[in-house]
Ligand binder design. Structure first.
Ligand code: AMP
Ligand code: MG
Length: 443
């Protein structure tokens, strides 16, 4: 085969996939949830949620003027002219513990306040306890005075109501993933309900007559469905909800799974059955899709197309039929289909290269790109010159890139041990120790 002319460049396939899948996922359904329900989900480690409609603060944050320090609430005007040699001496009134309401502060007095205590009305500043003399609070109930050796500016150490966010202001804008800080501020600002994007529903189909679902025992020549596990977790990480199926290398079985697809599936992802073997079920079933080779290793064989899901009254689901085709009933609808090769490392690397960026960008649940770095190789590296090679690696103690296993696309344990994907572009056949390579941090 003439590799140069017949293989699709990586960038071209990324573009083709993005153009097909991006628009299909760009308008997720929105739903309003009780914040407490979203907190429950977060506590169970459920899918990342993304805010779909600006969340508005129901209350000021802080909700009331409160002290930033343990100290004395004072009227700044009372301390004008205080110096070490001529301190201002004030009687100490009842302390204000956090969680209690204080009476207004009388002129010429000082009230002990704790961090988070409400600052009494008419007080306008807090002097830290360590800046007062004595620098300890008196026993509550015993008459006492306190000396201040310096003036204080109004506002000092007072956290003003609404200074973080004011009631009625947008506190978490649409498009923001609901992480710890976002959930925290929604609770703090009294928000009861949040409109979030419903996760895109992905139908994930592992194909192969040799496959056995996770946890079941293997017969002769059978293998566990590792791709189903990997891609389910990978899809969930970028905010997709996954329905997973395993089908043998039998077009009728694949058609049946597509016909029974849940109504809200927005994307189909398959693994296996796309290369040049004798039993390539995805290729054989989806005759209108693009199947070809991308100039990448691993992950060369790829497929991409649009598939009709749901019940068809005619010959069963097939590739995108024209609306006028009367074999298509109302229950079928066209969604993008992305077909990955079956070798486990190929499947996950394909996901990283082609689908993850598109999904992450459309759901907003994760950054569209993995963190990237350039780092020097710990040892020389060969790469097929006509291909974009992706190798699994980690950093050694000196911050150099050390390969984890060879290029074989069945080396799943090595992938699991790796922290980096190393990219060697086409046109490069050999790199020396110390040469810098592009790396994506995958964990
Ligand atoms: P295929 O792309 O279907 O030709 O499969 C290529 C290789 O990947 C074969 O060794 C398969 O047994 C293996 N394989 C395919 N699908 C899976 C899967 N879901 N989990 C683990 N290995 C798989
Ligand atoms: Mg197969």
């Amino acid at each position: 085969m003439d590799h140069q002319t017949t293989r699709r460049p990586v960038g071209d396939h990324q573009q083709a996939l993005g153009a097909l899948v991006g628009p299909a996922l760009s308008r997720p359904r929105r739903r309003t949830h009780a914040l407490t329900a979203l907190l429950g989900e977060a506590g169970r480690g459920a899918l990342p949620r993304v805010v779909a409609g600006d969340a508005v603060a129901a209350a000021d944050l802080p909700g009331f003027d409160n002290s930033q320090m343990d100290g004395y609430a004072v009227r700044a005007a009372d301390l004008t002219g205080a110096t070490p040699s001529d301190p201002v001496v004030l009687p100490v009134v009842a302390p204000v513990p956090a969680g209690t309401q204080a009476p207004p502060l009388a002129r010429g007095t000082a009230a002990p306040v704790m961090t988070g205590s409400p600052v009494p009305a008419d007080a306008d500043a807090v002097v830290r306890i360590e800046d007062a003399e004595p620098p300890v609070f008196p026993e509550p109930g015993t008459p006492a005075t306190v000396r201040f050796a310096a003036p204080v500016r109004p506002g000092t150490f007072v956290r003003r109501a609404g200074s973080d966010v004011a009631a009625g202001d947008v506190v978490v804008p649409a498009g923001t993933p609901l992480g710890p800080a976002q959930l925290g501020v929604l609770v703090a600002a009294g928000v009861a309900e949040v409109e979030v994007a419903e996760p895109s529903h992905v139908l994930l189909v592992s194909t192969g007559s040799e496959l056995v679902p996770a946890g079941r025992s293997l017969g002769d020549a059978q293998v566990h469905d590792a791709n189903g596990a990997m891609l389910t977790a990978a899809l969930a990480e970028v905010g997709a909800r996954v329905t997973q199926r395993v089908v043998p290398d039998d077009p009728a079985a694949l058609r049946a799974v597509l016909a029974e697809a849940p109504d809200d599936v927005a994307l189909v992802v398959t693994s296996g059955g796309v290369s040049a073997g004798a039993y390539e079920v995805v290729r054989q079933t989806l005759t209108d899709a693009w199947f070809g080779h991308v100039a990448v290793q691993p992950g060369g064989p790829q497929g991409l197309g649009t598939i009709a899901l749901g019940k068809l009254s005619g010959s069963g689901p097939g590739m995108d039929r024209p609306e006028s085709d009367n074999s298509r009933s109302d229950r079928s609808r066209a969604v993008p289909l992305v077909a990955f090769p079956g070798n486990p490392v190929s499947a996950l690397v394909s996901f990283e290269l082609f689908l993850r960026p598109v999904l992450a960008a459309s759901t907003g649940a994760a950054p569209a790109h993995r963190p990237r770095r350039r780092a020097p190789l710990a040892a020389p590296l060969d790469s097929p010159e006509h291909l974009h090679q992706v190798r699994r690696a980690r950093l050694d103690a000196d911050g150099r890139v050390e390969m984890v296993g060879g290029p074989g696309s069945h080396l799943l344990a090595h992938l699991a041990a790796a922290t980096l994907l190393v990219h060697v572009p086409p046109g490069v056949a050999h790199l020396e120790e110390g040469d810098d390579v592009d790396c994506w941090e995958i964990r």
